[in-house]
Design a protein around this ligand. Structure first.
Ligand SMILES: CC(C)(COP(=O)(O)OP(=O)(O)OC[C@H]1O[C@@H](n2cnc3c(N)ncnc32)[C@H](O)[C@@H]1OP(=O)(O)O)[C@@H](O)C(=O)NCCC(=O)NCCS
Length: 188
């Protein structure tokens, strides 16, 4: 199901595009903030991390089993990169995907993440033809859980202390959404 990324995906106030060489500064700026990194896989995020993320994505395309495809979230009105979102195609079933998202704190609380992931879901279900999309959030990450519920994801699991995360046991929620559920929601 691997497919060339068709260029910027637009939706109202945001658009999603490939990572570009000039994104390193913005990536570092928001990903290095402790409140942004708190529930993410990284402890710190510096220029080298940004450069290697961008470099790794030079020839990458979405829908390749076992890989993440990370995109920039750009505010349409200003052209500024305000976050990033990622799509992982499951290695054993390319019809299933996982989502992740990170927004600069300066642009949280305005519905931008909801719009960006809505746009991504249209692409994933419509263009890539995925059957099911899931997301895993730290059980303490209330904003992230609220985001996926707002988009219509069902909470399928609450794992208790299932992961050793940043020096302590962490608990996680698993959310999922089927293509038919997304289509029904869009039609309503
Ligand atoms: C997870 C994350 C992206 C959620 O960001 P967010 O700003 O809460 O989500 P949105 O951009 O969709 O904004 C929703 C908020 O804007 C408000 N809002 C304002 N205008 C809105 C609009 N037009 N549409 C929707 N919501 C709107 C909503 O009421 C909501 O506010 P509330 O939470 O106070 O009720 C953000 O917290 C983040 O980047 N965290 C750090 C990284 C992280 O942990 N990522 C999750 C990994 S799975």
């Amino acid at each position: 199901m691997g497919q060339l990324f068709p260029g910027p995906l637009s939706s109202g106030r945001v658009c999603l595009r490939r990572l570009e060489a000039g994104d390193a500064e913005a990536l570092c700026h928001y990903r290095s903030l402790p409140e942004v990194a708190r529930y993410q896989s990284w402890e710190s995020f510096g220029p080298n991390d940004a450069e290697s993320l961008i470099h790794d994505h030079r020839d990458r395309e979405p829908g390749i089993p076992g890989t993440w495809f990370q995109m920039a979230i750009v505010e349409s009105a200003t052209g500024c990169m305000i976050g990033d979102c990622g799509l992982r195609c499951l290695i054993d079933d390319p019809r299933q995907m996982e989502l992740g998202v990170t927004l600069a704190t300066s642009h949280q609380g305005r519905g931008y993440a909801t719009e960006a992931l809505g746009c991504l879901l249209d692409f994933v279900f419509g263009t890539l033809g995925a059957h099911r999309v899931s997301a895993v959030t730290d059980a303490d990450n209330a904003r992230s859980a609220a985001l996926f519920k707002r988009l219509g994801f069902r909470q399928e699991a609450h794992f208790i202390e299932n992961i050793w995360f940043k020096g302590q046991w962490g608990s996680e929620f698993k959310f999922a959404l089927l293509r038919r559920e997304w289509e029904l929601r869009q039609a309503g």
